[in-house]
Design a binder for this molecule. Structure first.
Ligand code: NAI
Length: 682
């Protein structure tokens, strides 16, 4: 029995001689595998190695899960590849120690069981998991630009075989306990109340360990691996090019070259993660992870507990916002002017719930929470009202005038306007301090960001509550000022317009899009404009044209006049088939202009610099976070401002000067570049 006192682990020995090792990380609501947690585990295992108990059961005392992964904070502290490698190899030694204990070992899993947490579980002989929907098992490492580094790639592929194993490692997706049981990743998936008994029984009567079927083993054969690897590589390449995201390719390489030679593969796994973790991609993706945590923290206000959301306007946005809020557990009333519109909202919501919630009971419960409300009866009960009616100042003002007297004193009024300054709307309210912008993006169910727009009159309390609500519906709040285009549309618009100008100049559409995706954007600007809707783009462009350096291209106006609105009308810049653009091939002999990518990206970077100067967001990190989560800006580059510092202000302003001489005023460097250079001593 281990005698010492431990900070993070609690040890309990039951009457049958089984040791229960509880992880309860000090000063944290979540368990992570920090260096300290591992050091203590090592010391415990050294004792059990010498005096093995009857069985060892590892479990977590945290409500939210087993272990959420390694400590990401520690990932940025390595000063060299060698230092990273030492830390990783230490983890290897500890997990090997656990694997080699002569007694049965069982990991008891519930909630988050991710990354290093799942690796630890795999180093145990058995795993039992809570079959509740909150149990999530997975290897999210590739999303941080690395792969499992504590023997997880080896153990996962051994346990699941290459098809299921690679799928888990390369996609970074999570499995439910049931799915994990089906694949053989866990031995039992049982109800929470049976979890401990299941672990005890597993030690008492250890089941035979399952082996893979013959044909799966055959896929691991040295001659088969290179062939199968080609399939994996093709699949990965469609999502993440090797030059930008090396980690998934490194996993495939490890398997191809070393599977079957366990010792070497473990050794090479450590070397590979060490190489990746100090590289630019991983460091930038870790930065993105931290930015996400930062946005989440802005929504922390535990005392705010709204129950009822009332949405006015059941169009594209209002309908989807209402459905999303209902899916997240809120009681929602949705108001519009006609029954038919509300029926459409419910139909769309039903489709969304079926897709996301899957189980019938959950779908029915979510539908029950979404109430069509033609007369606006929900207004008096609402804790928060979200307005998403036509983008028209007078119509919105009229609505606010009508609804305010029907609201509770403390109800927040949120508008989803994408272009109207809040100051133009708040004048009609008795309590203008309760008006805030909640600017969602389309499609609501996919876009993680919500801009929290504050006008001069918005009170701090309203802002904080709006951010907290945004978090409660699983979205990321970004505080922005009520200035034209806020942050995301303002940065996006010049880039989209430059793409349209290029199209007018005759550059093939596919070539324009490719220049952007080669940079790392998730979708090219032409396809993006078609997807958002050319009418919406035109409206935002016209609105911004007055205030910014943008001129609305004629081709955009023509398309909208001809009802070529993009995806929703089946035809825009591209024709659409089954919801996908059909992109005509460019002429084989066509050579794109060498400055094509610069023209697109520099418009965007120049605008983000202008936003910083205008203080649309509070600081550079929030600017990066907003553009990454609002536009999908190449995550592996760590955000546009980070990218500017990486390339250097001087180099980029010289580039802008060249473009200014070639193409005119729209490339004039914003005065903000000078401030940036001064602040960072570039
Ligand atoms: P939409 O035209 O699809 O829907 C507007 C809905 O509001 C219609 O169903 C209409 O019947 C209803 N409506 C109008 N006046 C009303 C009233 N007095 N009472 C009740 N219902 C009323 O418009 P969409 O695209 O959903 O936009 C709504 C708001 O969201 C606008 O302010 C827009 O700027 C903003 N927005 C739109 C985005 C988009 O991509 N469509 C993205 C972000 C914000």
């Amino acid at each position: 029995m281990a005698e010492k006192n431990y900070k993070h682990w609690k040890i309990e020995e039951d009457e049958s001689g089984i040791v229960w090792l509880h992880l309860d990380m000090a000063n944290s609501t979540t368990n992570v595998l920090s260096a300290e947690v591992l050091t203590e585990l090592e010391s415990l295992l050294t004792v059990y190695e010498k005096q093995p108990p009857r069985g060892l059961i590892i479990l977590s005392d945290k409500e939210n899960g087993f272990i959420a992964g390694a400590d990401v904070k520690e990932f940025t502290t390595f000063s060299s590849e060698n230092e990273a490698r030492d830390a990783i190899e230490r983890g290897h030694r500890i997990f090997n120690q656990l694997e080699k204990l002569p007694c049965p070992t069982v990991a008891v899993l519930h909630g988050f069981t991710l990354g290093g947490g799942l690796e630890l579980a795999l180093a145990c002989r058995y795993r039992v998991a809570d079959n509740d929907a909150s149990t999530k098992l997975g290897f999210p490492e590739v999303k941080l630009g690395i792969h499992p580094g504590f023997g997880g790639t080896v153990r996962c592929l051994e346990r699941l075989g290459p098809l299921n194993g690679m799928d888990l490692l390369l996609s970074g997706r999570n499995l439910s306990a049931r799915a994990a049981k089906k694949l053989g990743l866990v031995d039992y998936a049982v109800a929470r109340r049976h979890l401990l008994e299941a672990a005890r029984q597993t030690v008492a009567k250890p089941p035979k360990r399952k082996t893979l079927p013959f044909w799966v083993k055959w896929l691991n054969h040295a001659r088969v691996r290179p062939l199968l690897a080609r399939v994996f590589i093709k699949k990965v390449a469609a999502r993440a090019p090797r030059a930008h995201y090396p980690a998934p390719y490194a996993v495939i390489d490890l398997w191809v070259h070393h599977f079957g030679d366990r010792k070497t593969m473990l050794h090479e796994e450590a070397a590979s993660v060490a190489r990746l973790i100090v590289g630019k991609t991983a460091q930038n993706l870790i930065r993105v992870f931290n930015l996400q945590e930062k946005l989440k923290s802005l929504g922390r206000l535990d005392s705010y507990k709204p129950q009822h959301v009332h949405v006015v306007g059941g169009g594209v946005m209002g309908g989807d916002i209402a459905a999303w809020c209902a899916m997240q557990g809120f009681n929602v009333t949705i108001q519009d002017r006609a029954h038919q519109t509300l029926a459409r909202v419910v139909k769309r919501a039903h489709d969304l719930f079926k897709k996301k919630l899957k189980q019938r009971l959950l779908v029915t419960a979510a539908l029950d929470r979404l109430m069509p409300d033609l007369r606006g009866d929900g207004l008096k009960r609402a804790d928060i009202v979200i307005e998403a009616i036509f983008e028209d100042v007078d119509v919105k003002r009229e609505l606010f005038k009508q609804i305010e007297p029907r609201l509770k004193e403390e109800t927040i009024i949120a508008t989803n306007t994408s272009s109207i300054p809040l100051e133009e709307l708040s004048g009609v309210l008795q309590k203008p301090e309760r008006l805030v912008g909640l600017h969602f993006f389309n499609p609501v169910a996919k876009m993680p960001l919500v801009e929290i727009v504050h006008g001069k009159q918005t009170s701090e309390e309203t802002r904080n509550k709006a951010s907290a609500f945004t978090r409660q519906i699983q979205r990321l709040p970004l505080p922005v000022t009520s200035t034209p285009g806020f942050l995301v549309n303002r940065v996006l618009m010049p880039y989209l317009i430059e793409a349209v100008v290029l199209a007018e100049e005759g550059v093939p559409l596919k070539v324009i899009d490719k220049a952007a995706t080669d940079f790392g954007m998730p979708m090219g600007p032409i396809e993006l404009a078609d997807t958002v809707g050319l009418d919406i783009c035109l409206k935002v462009a016209e609105k911004l044209a007055g205030q910014m350096n943008v001129e609305v291209p004629k081709i955009l106006r023509d398309k909208v006049a001809n009802k070529q609105l993009g995806k929703k009308s089946g035809n825009g810049f591209y024709p659409f088939k089954n919801g996908k653009p059909v992109k005509p091939e460019a002429d084989k002999h066509y050579t794109p202009p060498t400055d094509l990518q610069d023209r697109l990206i520099m418009r965007m970077l120049n605008e983000i610099v202008a936003c910083l100067r205008d203080k649309v967001v509070e600081n550079e990190d929030l600017a990066d976070a907003g553009v990454i989560f609002g536009t999908g800006f190449a995550p592996f580059r760590g955000g546009p401002v980070h990218y500017i510092h990486d390339r250097g202000v001087k180099q980029l302003t010289t580039l802008l000067d060249n473009l200014l001489h070639r193409y005119g005023e729209r490339f004039k460097a914003d005065p903000g570049w000078e401030l940036l250079a001064k602040e960072h001593k570039h």
